[in-house]
Ligand binder design. Structure first.
Ligand code: ADP
Ligand code: MG
Length: 142
């Protein structure tokens, strides 16, 4: 158990439906604190770079179109075991497989428009945080 930081993105399907606050409450009510946050429009090139690991997947082009289709809220969540905790709060990638009470079960529209992104390991958390934030934009808990 350790205090970690993880990168979270509230995706366009959620920002368009004005449910950013509802999603943030899920994090806060389950022990995660938002220590950095900004609302941005991802450029196509930045989206391609962020999702480069999926560039060979059949859904890649659609994914780039979707994630650039509206504003996203990028945020750093901090807390005990934040990386795994956030993945649990988010639920499975496909909302049909997500557990009751998870963000994706409650809010996701489809496997693509699944409302949130969360880093999946310590390595990706570190690189994804760096991808979006300068140190000066982060205000840690302590
Ligand atoms: P996760 O976001 O749960 O880590 P992945 O890293 O596997 O999931 O996929 C990244 C994102 O790509 C997903 O959150 C979703 O928006 C999209 N995606 C994943 N699988 C599919 C699919 N089969 N069809 C369409 N979009 C998908
Ligand atoms: Mg992933």
């Amino acid at each position: 158990m350790s205090i970690e930081k993880t990168l979270s993105i509230i995706k366009p399907d959620a920002t368009k439906r004005n449910i950013t606050g509802k999603i943030i409450s899920c994090f806060e009510e389950q022990g995660l604190s938002i220590v950095a946050q900004k609302r941005i429009l991802l450029s196509e090139s930045k989206a391609r770079e962020f999702y480069a690991v999926h560039s060979e997947k059949p859904f890649f082009e659609d994914l780039v179109k979707y994630i650039t289709s509206g504003p996203v809220v990028v945020q750093i969540l901090e807390g005990q075991d934040a990386i795994a905790r956030n993945r649990k709060i988010m639920g499975a990638t496909n909302p049909e497989e997500a557990e009751e009470g998870t963000i994706r079960k409650q809010f996701a529209l489809s496997v693509e428009a699944n409302s949130v992104h969360g880093s999946d390991s310590q390595e990706t958390a570190k690189s994804e945080i760096k991808f979006f934030f300068d140190n000066s934009e982060i205000a840690p808990i302590d």
